[in-house]
Design a protein around this ligand. Structure first.
Ligand code: CUA
Length: 364
């Protein structure tokens, strides 16, 4: 074989190599497109979030879906190239000392792989920014609610019909009206979060933070603390009740009225309370989240089992346990786990009824 023969052999090798690499590319492209479509379909089919209970939730979920649609192909592209290269160009026995030809860079490829992600990022950031200004849009007729976090409870303050503040351990808001939350903390960092609204913000000691939500769905949704704040962090959960405007107004009026605190004076306030009225208080105040109590079918284990801890105790002891939980700590439990502010968040009549109720069901 002469020189001619060698040249023609290497030429046909180049052509074969070129065809092979184009076939490889085509194969990779098909795998990439198919897995991207499957990936996007799967990602969109997964129910990532709880119900949408606010206009903000709808916008945030749409943003999330759009981000998924763009992120899945990028993820798939990187993974396909990595896995395909590992499989296709893996080292076979006997090739240990072989190395491919040195690469000197490819300007066109580098421009493409810098420009495409840059354009993608600018577009997605712009969209996210538009969504952010959209969900923070202030409505002049918003209802102001002050949220105060402390270890380990939330208290919600409203402006009562007579202008005086009204405190509540549960969050009540009217549907279809913007709520402007001012969030504060009495002690450490907490984070006010209603997953169904999708909005959350830190409660920072010493400063006010703000959050706007337009509830669109009537119902009861969890209020969660989303910042590790101490031993009782996981039980810092309450309820957000989204109700009709009429129901909200009635609730606020009743909450504001309460029994006249001075009538009968001090301890006597709410003297007419009965044990039967205490059971709903037990449930509404969130006692069942932490305590076990057979009569209320409560099975909480964060705090003492009330069936045994309060067995045979008198009303004075029970009252102190509620309003001053650190006065006497049940064996095996830590101080500062139970919220210390039930005296403020419960109305005197509610507290009196709760004490009567607990005394009656733990008589033994
Ligand atoms: Cu408050 Cu976690």
């Amino acid at each position: 074989m002469g020189v001619e023969g060698v040249r023609s052999a290497s030429g046909s090798e180049e052509i074969t190599a070129g065809r092979e690499s184009r076939a490889n590319l085509r194969q990779m492209l098909v795998i990439g497109v198919v897995s991207s479509i499957i990936g996007i379909a799967l990602a969109l089919a997964i129910d990532w979030f709880p119900v949408q209970a606010s206009t903000q939730a709808e916008k945030i979920d749409t943003l999330y879906d759009v981000l998924l649609i763009f992120s899945v192909p990028v993820f798939v592209l990187v993974e396909v190239v990595v896995l395909y290269s590992v499989w296709r160009f893996r080292m076979k026995p006997g090739e240990e000392l072989m190395d491919g030809p040195p690469i000197h860079g490819n300007t066109r490829l580098e421009i493409i792989w810098t420009a495409i992600p840059a354009i993608l990022l600018v577009c997605l950031c712009s969209y996210a920014w538009i969504t952010l200004t959209d969900i923070e849009d202030a409505d002049a007729s918003a209802l102001n609610v002050r949220v105060v976090g402390e270890q380990f409870t939330w208290t919600f303050y409203y402006r009562g019909p007579d202008g005086r503040p009204v405190a509540s351990p549960q969050l009540y808001v009217p549907v279809d009206r913007q709520i402007n939350f001012t969030v504060q903390s009495k002690d450490v960092l907490h984070d006010f979060w209603v997953p169904a609204f999708r909005m959350k913000i830190d409660a920072v000691p010493g400063i006010d933070t703000h959050l706007r939500v337009n509830p669109t769905l009537r119902g009861t949704f969890p209020v969660v603390c989303a910042e590790l704040c101490g031993l009782g962090h996981s039980v810092m959960r309450q309820d957000a009740h989204v109700v009709s405007k009429a129901a909200f107004d009635t609730w606020l009026r009743n909450r504001a009225r309460g029994p006249a605190p001075r009538a009968g004076g001090g301890q006597q306030a709410g003297g007419g309370a009965t044990a039967a009225q205490g059971k709903p208080v037990f449930n509404a105040a969130g006692c069942s989240a932490c305590h076990t109590l057979a009569d209320a079918k409560a099975t909480g284990t964060v705090g003492p089992d009330l069936d045994t801890a309060l067995k045979g105790k008198d009303e004075a002891f029970i009252r102190t346990s509620i309003v001053d939980p650190n006065a006497e700590i049940a064996k095996g439990y830590s101080a500062n786990v139970m919220p210390p502010n039930f005296k403020q968040t419960l109305k005197p009549a509610e507290l009196a009824a709760l004490v009567k109720y607990l005394a009656s069901v733990t008589k033994g």
